[in-house]
Design a protein around this ligand. Structure first.
Ligand SMILES: Nc1ncnc2c1ncn2[C@@H]1O[C@H](COP(=O)(O)OP(=O)(O)OP(=O)(O)O)[C@@H](O)[C@H]1O
Length: 593
């Protein structure tokens, strides 16, 4: 119900646009009225990949052009109708997306964007080489409707509007599903998304396939509207730039963005081109270039988000404190007396995680050297050591961010080393990060749902698992808030809930108390203790020794990548090697009081 009501503005806009377009009689303006939804659809297709995943594509013309040529060639050589050819163009665009995406998703950021730029340019030269410089669609006077050749050009506008509405509904459905959630999570933090159990490559491939299919279909329709196809007009730089510009100008990651961008920019560029194109050739490119510059300066995420943020009267950029406080070189020796560690039955169960002789080097640096330990059901293991001792690298090996050089990782007796992060998450390894990786634009609830999908079969089950995890960390009251508005403590707890929502066998907590005040740290410690009491198995990296001695059942002390001591807190904190390498003399003086 809520979903349908939120679509009301879309329907109202479409109806109004249709009414206005029906009143236009000038054939040039009729064409402009048709091009607005055409470029909006192309922008929506770009948005589906780049807006939602953050992987900027400079090469969407590849799909658009293939669609346009598919329709033109299909009609010229096989006398097929565009009613049949446009769906075929969609299939070709989708397949091209899959073929292009598979190798190109190995690249990240700017490298991905630049690689995408190459595809339409390469295809453009291939089509020129094939001698397909200019294709004109044959006029079908005997059966115009069957060949989508309308005498009344306003019908093109209505058809384009219907396609736009369909694309908006499709995008909206994607946005609200596990698919959209995965894409948004990838955009905001791909590593965190992988660690939360999302198979990022698979979702990105689905996105580029769907995006390519939409671009292919609209490219095919464009050929029908203009009746002429040239390599430059469908594979050229301006074509890719137009998709990117309308979406970025209007707003990335929302269905409204490309529509707003197209409604403003296309009539502007077309009118200026008609009025001044002969005196200033390429004026359209100038308009799109200026639009991008303005947007980057004034509203980097596009008009839609800028206006929404202004209406909500809050800063556009999230105000959460993201970086964790820099970790001390030595253990934190707070002056407060050390409270006793609560006695509980622990660490007596089966071995959940066994690490055997794990090593990993970076060049000549042995970041983790021959580390072995066991983690039993319901145990809390504290991993401590000076800065650079290899603690985070150890976690990165355990959750698959890094591949081990040598050694074994056994989870419930099954060998896990070398698996991808999302596979390890699925197998039961949940983790949080030293530098937090929240999805800032998403609500607390949605952040946690992302972590639940690895265990849930349906959206409803994911929501239930997420609500349960949120309750376990005590954030139920703020579940609807946007993550960007949370305090550091709330963000830490939200990350904990995200890891918990996937029902992990073990939790890896990387400096979960970093950046927290004394009382806040106590609250988070209480949550972790409660989790352990409920049966969770936990490995935690932390510098705050006061909290650690209260919390953990045993310590693993690392120095220069190797284990120097392991055992119960009482013994470890008295060990001279630990005092020398990590705790320091101040600790001894303090602990003896
Ligand atoms: N990707 C990488 N490439 C090269 N060197 C790395 C990489 N990751 C970590 N290192 C190095 O490996 C060593 C161990 O780093 P790691 O971050 O695991 O230490 P840490 O014990 O977690 O330290 P801290 O307490 O400061 O977080 C450091 O010398 C670090 O510079």
């Amino acid at each position: 119900m809520r979903g349908w009501r939120s679509l009301l503005p879309v329907f109202v806009f479409t109806v109004l646009y249709a009414v206005v377009s029906l009143s236009v009689t000038n054939s040039y303006y009729q064409l402009v009225m048709t091009l607005v939804p055409v470029w909006a659809i192309f922008g929506l297709s770009w948005n589906l990949l780049s807006g939602y995943t953050g992987l900027i594509s400079f090469g969407h013309a590849a799909f658009f052009g293939l669609g346009a040529y598919a329709v033109a060639l299909g009609q010229i050589y096989f006398d097929l109708s565009p009613w049949v050819l446009i769906p075929i163009a969609a299939v070709i665009g989708g397949m091209a997306g899959l073929l292009i995406g598979f190798p190109t998703f190995r690249l990240q950021g700017h490298y991905f964007a630049l690689a995408m730029l190459a595809y339409p340019l390469a295809i453009l030269y291939v089509f020129e080489w094939l001698g397909l410089q200019e294709l004109t669609l044959p006029i079908k006077r005997d059966n115009p409707i069957a060949y989508m050749q309308f005498n009344d050009h306003r019908l093109y506008t209505l058809l384009a509007l219907a396609m736009m509405l369909g694309t908006i509904l499709l995008t909206r459905a994607v946005e609200r599903s596990r698919f959209g959630m995965a894409l948004l999570a990838i955009k905001q933090n791909e590593a965190a998304a992988e660690a939360a159990g999302i198979n990022t490559l698979a979702w990105k491939l689905r996105a580029i396939t769907l995006s390519g299919a939409i671009a292919g279909a609209v490219g095919g329709f464009y050929a029908v509207v203009l009746l002429v196809v040239t390599p430059q007009s469908v594979f050229g730089m301006l074509v890719s730039a137009q998709a990117l510009t309308v979406a970025m100008f209007g707003g990335v990651g929302t269905v409204w963005g490309p529509v707003i961008g197209s409604v403003i920019l296309i009539p502007l560029a077309e009118t200026l081109n008609a009025e001044a194109g002969s005196r200033f050739p390429g004026i359209q490119g100038v308009i799109f270039g200026l639009a991008i510059v303005c947007v980057i300066l004034v509203a980097p995420e596009g008009l839609f988000w800028k206006i929404r943020d202004l209406l909500r009267k809050r800063p556009a950029s999230p105000k959460a404190v993201i970086p964790a406080a820099p970790a001390p070189a030595h253990a934190d020796t707070v002056a407060a007396p050390m409270p006793p560690r609560p006695k509980r039955s622990h660490g007596t169960g089966d071995v959940v995680l066994e690490v055997r002789n794990l090593s990993r080097s970076f060049g000549g640096l042995k970041a983790v050297q021959d580390v072995s330990f066991k983690l039993r059901q319901n145990e809390i293991l504290g991993i401590i050591g000076p800065n650079g001792a290899g603690k985070t690298t150890l976690f990165n090996l355990l959750n698959g961010f890094l591949r081990p050089g040598t050694g074994e990782i056994l989870l419930d007796g099954r060998e896990m080393s070398g698996r991808k992060p999302h596979e390890l998450c699925e197998a039961g390894i949940g983790r949080t990060f030293q530098i937090m990786r929240p999805f800032l634009r998403m609500s607390v609830s949605d952040n946690v749902v992302v972590g639940a999908y690895v265990r849930a079969g349906t959206d409803a089950e994911a929501r239930r698992l997420a609500a349960d995890a949120i309750a376990r960390v005590g954030l139920t009251e703020i579940a609807g808030r946007i993550a960007g508005e949370l305090t550091t403590k709330e963000l830490r707890l939200m990350e904990l809930a995200r890891a918990l929502a996937g029902k992990p066998r073990i939790l890896l907590l990387d400096e979960t108390l970093a950046g927290l005040g004394h009382d806040e740290a106590d609250e988070v410690v209480a949550v972790i203790q409660r989790l352990a009491r409920d049966g969770m198995t936990i490995a935690i990296i932390e510098h705050t020794m006061q909290a650690m001695v209260r919390l953990v059942d045993s310590f693993l002390v690392l120095d220069h990548g190797a284990v120097i001591v392991e055992g119960e807190p009482e013994a470890v904190t008295r060990d001279s090697r630990v005092i020398e390498a990590y705790l320091g003399k101040k600790w001894v003086a303090h602990a003896s009081h």
